[in-house]
Design a protein around this ligand. Structure first.
Ligand code: MN
Length: 248
């Protein structure tokens, strides 16, 4: 079993977006994948949509670089770590992240960083897919109303939290084991999975996620980012979290 097979996306993109993604991938040179990822158990799932699909809110060049170079590098690094520590290939990523402090000391920090980057970005590409619902479904909306004060307050608080991240990191809406939602931030590539939480969705506030288009205007990026959130996918992730089947 490989990580690519084992960590199949927990929710399926629609056939329509998938077909669009295939068209986009036809324009992607093969070399960056091979160069960035190397051989091993970790592999990058297809983006599922074109690099320009999130324009004008997220620009094509940012998506291309972010997906191929940044995310691809995490996968290449993990394949190298897996050569030193075979358990990386056979242990679920969510379990590795939850128990990262038990990793061998020689690879601990590096593996933790790259596992987090792998999990965070795998989630990120899914929940930004074009198309889909523009608002949460009723079940998710009820949970947002209950735990986060409603959709508008959630967006305001999420954006404020993302703006407060000092340096590089992420802002998430997490789901606890009891189904409760919360907004949290993480530095670097740390993941809510390290705390036994599930990531319902999150936004990448590393400068590489927005600097080409927004430069230092992170607040503008955070505000515009909601235009590309796919509430159909997020709703499926919420249902999977409640069913105990949301992996990363
Ligand atoms: Mn990133």
């Amino acid at each position: 079993m490989t990580q690519s097979a084992q960590y199949k996306a927990p929710v399926e993109l629609s056939r329509r977006t998938f077909v669009g993604g295939m068209a986009a991938l036809a324009t992607v040179p093969a070399a960056p994948f091979a160069f960035a990822q190397g051989a091993g158990p970790f592999a990058q799932q297809p983006l599922g949509y074109a690099f320009n699909a999130l324009e004008p809110h997220i620009d094509t060049k940012t998506m291309e670089t972010h997906f191929l170079r940044h995310h691809g590098a995490f996968i290449g690094n993990l394949n190298n770590f897996a050569k030193q520590h075979g358990a990386l290939a056979s242990t679920p990523v969510q379990k590795l992240l939850a128990e990262w402090q038990q990793l061998p000391e020689s690879i601990r920090t590096g593996a933790k960083n790259n596992l987090g980057g792998y999990a965070n970005h795998t989630m990120f590409w899914q929940i930004m897919a074009p198309g889909g619902a523009k608002e949460p479904d009723n079940a998710l909306k009820a949970a947002i109303d209950r735990d986060l004060g409603g959709l508008d307050k959630m967006k305001t608080d999420f954006n404020a939290a993302g703006l407060r991240v000092f340096g590089s990191g992420w802002v998430f809406v997490t789901v606890a084991r009891d189904g409760k939602l919360a907004i949290t931030t993480k530095p670097n590539q740390d993941s809510p999975l390290m705390d036994g939480q599930m990531a319902l969705f999150g936004n990448d506030v590393w400068e590489h996620a927005y600097y080409l288009k927004y430069q230092n205007r992170r607040a503008e990026y955070l505000a515009n980012w909601w235009n590309v959130a796919n509430w159909s996918v997020i709703g499926k992730r919420f249902a999977a979290a409640q069913a105990g089947s949301l992996a990363i």
